[in-house]
Design a protein around this ligand. Structure first.
Ligand SMILES: NC(=O)c1ccc[n+]([C@@H]2O[C@H](COP(=O)([O-])OP(=O)(O)OC[C@H]3O[C@@H](n4cnc5c(N)ncnc54)[C@H](OP(=O)(O)O)[C@@H]3O)[C@@H](O)[C@H]2O)c1
Length: 308
């Protein structure tokens, strides 16, 4: 990738897209185009095509999506399916029509079958069974994008990479306690409880484990994948934490150690399923931030930017 080639980032005001824009600029790329929803509604085919024709990107990072945590995915199955299929179909098609050199898109670990066909989960297992029922519409929409990229490669020679992502967090996440992901929802709970002098109630017993990655490392691995890997590629930090570990770290950062209450009548969430990381290992990728550093930065960002 040449530093002056035009790189379009979709979802550029979201968690992943905004980190990608910052990282690309920091790496010296001078022609980064940041597409937010106000610039173009990607569910609309004509607008998406017109946007791509006008701007003629050379590379595309596709990070726009209708994204929720597990509860949001369960309660919004139709919207999640419709918006994600439309957005992904329009973006991949428009990218092909304007002849981009390569597109790298964000997939999700939710695409893997449940129960797992084997562990660790390898990229060639994605279509070996149904995804987990709680996230099936989101997962099927993301699987459709993978099938589309394969078809566009076969028919048109399109080059692509598909990032199968672990749990991410960082600044500009959706800090939503009901529909959000684990870390931003915990950060908001701690923030609100600290301000009001209340306890933080956390669901389950904290035993569920996850591979979390700080979004600045996601941006680094995204660029490395664009430059070095084709096809689907799992990403993860390779370090697995329980929800209890994460809660303890946030409690420590916020000085709320004595204010956490575990509601063990509530479910724990899916068990952790290990990802095979040999593709990103083969290009020498390692995270630069510990999860603790990521949590500290995210807390600081949220404390500064939280709106009532
Ligand atoms: N966060 C995670 O833990 C995680 C894990 C695995 C995979 N991923 C994947 O990573 C990608 C990025 O996720 P994220 O966490 O960065 O999500 P995010 O913060 O919600 O960002 C997604 C962005 O897409 C934009 N968008 C949604 N609908 C659009 C539309 N119709 N037209 C144009 N833009 C639209 C959103 O704009 P608005 O805010 O205006 O709606 C938002 O800025 C997604 O594909 C997601 O599935 C994320």
């Amino acid at each position: 990738m040449k530093l002056n080639e035009k790189i379009l980032v979709t979802g550029a005001r979201g968690l992943v897209g905004s980190a990608l824009v910052e990282h690309l600029k920091a790496e010296g790329f001078t022609n980064v185009l940041a597409l937010g929803r106000q610039d173009c509604d990607l569910t609309d085919s004509a607008s998406t095509r017109a946007y791509f024709e006008k701007h003629q990107p050379t590379y595309v990072f596709h990070a726009a999506a209708r994204v929720y945590g597990i509860m949001g995915n369960m309660k919004n199955k139709a919207l999640s399916f419709y918006d994600n299929v439309m957005i992904n179909t329009n973006v991949v098609d428009a990218a092909q029509k304007v002849g981009v050199k390569k597109i790298t898109v964000m997939g999700t670990g939710a695409v893997y079958p449940y129960p797992s066909p084997g562990l660790p989960l390898k990229e060639d297992m994605i279509f070996m069974g149904e995804p987990h029922a709680a996230e099936n519409s989101y997962a099927h929409a993301k699987r459709a994008m993978l099938a589309m990229l394969r078809a566009y490669e076969e028919s048109y020679g399109m080059e692509w990479a598909y990032v199968v992502s672990c749990n991410l967090f960082g600044p500009r996440d959706k800090f939503d306690t009901e529909f959000g992901h684990v870390v931003p929802s915990l950060i908001k709970k701690f923030f609100d409880a600290k301000r009001r002098g209340e306890k933080v109630v956390v669901w389950g017993n904290g035993s569920a484990k996850r591979d979390f990655m700080y979004v600045k490392d996601t941006a680094r691995v995204g660029l490395a994948i664009m430059q070095n890997i084709s096809g689907p590629a799992n990403i993860g930090s390779g370090t697995v934490y329980s929800i209890r570990d994460i809660v303890d770290m946030i409690a420590d950062i916020t000085d709320m150690q004595d204010h956490v209450v575990w509601d063990e009548t509530k479910p724990n969430g899916q068990d952790y399923r290990a990802y095979d990381l040999s593709k990103i290992d083969s290009i020498g990728f390692n995270c630069q931030h510990t999860i603790r550093q990521g949590l500290e930065e995210t807390w600081a960002w949220y404390a500064e930017n939280a709106q009532d």
